[in-house]
Design a protein around this ligand. Structure first.
Ligand SMILES: [Zn+2]
Length: 174
């Protein structure tokens, strides 16, 4: 039997770290945010402000697989107030536009689960590129080690920053 590749071993180590925190009753995402990447690392961050951290999934199911984290602890979508729903969805839609523009994705799918004992609301964006099969199999495409993550994050950031100036602001007039 051959050992799993290094990136899979890394991912398993990460999983054990997360489980250990949860066993102690600690939310891994809150802990990661408080420690500046003490669980998930500081790389591949696309965008961060007081409410959101947007980063690339380090073991992506597609190039540009992106995680949008809403910083205040909410177990899942059902705990958002109407005002928070507006904010979270506006930011997700801007991130979808940025991924399309930066990477040339034809569509970007959105998924959120946050199931299990301790979880912290996050939303996942799955780009779908020309020639790829459409539909829900995109959500379970095999994971791979990230490639060109720094460059991918930089390109999405460049597309996203100009879109973020009026989040939460008044309706624009067009
Ligand atoms: Zn949390």
């Amino acid at each position: 039997m051959t050992a799993p590749p290094a990136w899979q071993q890394e991912r398993e180590r990460l999983g054990r770290k997360v489980e250990e925190l949860r066993r102690q009753g600690v939310c891994d995402t809150c802990y990661d945010l408080e420690t500046g990447g003490g669980v998930y690392g500081a790389r591949y961050v696309i965008y961060e402000d007081e409410h959101f951290k947007i980063k690339l999934e380090p073991y992506p199911r597609a190039k540009g697989h992106t995680i949008v984290v809403y910083k205040p602890h909410r177990d899942d979508l059902s705990l958002l107030s109407d005002a928070e729903v507006g904010l979270v969805f506006q930011v997700c839609v801007r991130a979808v536009k940025a991924v399309k523009q930066a990477l040339g994705a034809e569509k970007v799918y959105l998924n959120t689960m946050c199931d299990g004992p301790i979880n912290h609301l996050h939303l996942q964006l799955f780009p779908r590129y020309a020639g790829e099969r459409t539909g829900s199999t995109r959500f379970v495409a095999p994971r791979r080690p990230i490639a060109d993550g720094d460059d991918t994050a930089r390109r999405i950031r460049a597309a996203l920053l100009p879109l973020m100036h009026n989040v939460g602001g008044a309706e624009s007039a067009h």
